[in-house]
Ligand binder design. Structure first.
Ligand SMILES: [Mg+2]
Length: 305
């Protein structure tokens, strides 16, 4: 394992998030009409909510988990709940519905162990968004030498806001993929062998991720934000491309939940190809670059000492 993989994962996910913000919730066909060309660099925010080069909720919440792990040297969901609440009170920009509902319950005094389940039950036990998956990146980095601990941590951190089994399985699968990348194992084979208790839909997404290109997926439809769709896109980026930049640009220009899809893919690709693979302008113009760099370094030192 190399520290460059840690820098690449943390900063790569933030770069994907920031680039993807330009096309978030757009239809694919509207992107060219609006921007006049493919989006390949950060853009000023269409709604003037974010500064130029600022990442979104995906990265802010990933950092809540990362800093909680660093300060506690383990998962502490009460500490994590306090960090989530602080973020929602002081920032909260672009917050997803399920995350908002679950953190609001925590603010009302619900135990975080129960908040995700209550919020999920209110949706009729149907909602399976990508809000747990989008912030998972630091967990497999932190537990890179503790496979069982990694799975337990991924499950706990997911279900305090996203209780659906598909959300939890997405986080476990994402962690297992990251684990394979960090250790130099073949990602598909390792996932096939180690992702347990899965459903047929999950197996289908693994095969599609292996056999397709990103442009084959429709990312701007009614199911944008579905956790299995975001997982499929990120795995496809890792399995079928040989660099960081091309799959991220392809994802971003498909529209839909572009910031989250590119954030998840960017974390895995960054771990695979390292910080040096990320375009210079995306690194230089990223707000908070040095904070992210320091977080990656701290996680590496705890995980590998
Ligand atoms: Mg976002």
């Amino acid at each position: 394992m190399d520290i460059d993989q840690y820098y690449g994962a943390i900063i790569g996910s933030a770069c994907g998030d920031t680039l993807g913000r330009a096309t978030e919730f757009m239809r694919k066909g509207d992107i060219l009409r609006f921007y006049g060309e493919q989006v390949t660099e950060y853009q000023p925010d269409r709604l003037s909510v974010f500064q130029y080069g600022e990442y979104t909720d995906d990265t802010y919440l990933m950092l809540c988990i990362a800093n909680s792990l660093i300060d506690n040297e383990c998962v502490n969901i009460y500490d994590l709940s306090n960090r989530f609440q602080h973020w929602l009170r002081t920032n909260g920009k672009d917050c997803g519905n399920m995350t908002y509902d679950a953190i609001s319950l925590m603010m009302e005094g619900f135990d975080p162990i129960d908040s995700g389940r209550h919020a999920w039950e209110k949706t009729g036990k149907e909602s399976a968004g990508n809000g747990g998956l989008m912030r998972n990146t630091s967990i497999p980095l932190f537990y890179a030498n503790n496979f069982e601990g990694m799975l337990e941590a991924s499950e706990f951190c997911c279900k305090i806001t996203h209780f659906d089994n598909r959300c939890i399985l997405s986080c476990l699968a994402h962690s297992i993929a990251m684990y394979a990348i960090l250790h130099g194992y073949k990602v598909f084979d390792y996932m096939w062998a180690h992702c347990g208790e899965r459903d047929d839909e999950f197996d289908d997404l693994l095969f599609e991720a292996r056999d397709c290109k990103i442009k084959d997926f429709s990312l701007d439809g009614y199911d944008m934000g579905y956790t299995y769709l975001s997982l499929k896109v990120a795995l496809c980026a890792v399995l079928n491309y040989d660099n960081f930049k091309d799959p991220i640009i392809e994802i971003v220009n498909q529209g839909g939940d572009a910031d989250t899809n590119a954030c998840i893919a960017g974390g895995l690709l960054g771990a695979k190809y390292g910080l040096k693979s990320i375009p210079k302008s995306w690194q230089d113009e990223l707000l908070g670059f040095s904070d992210l760099y320091n977080v990656a370094e701290k996680i590496y030192n705890i995980a590998n000492n």
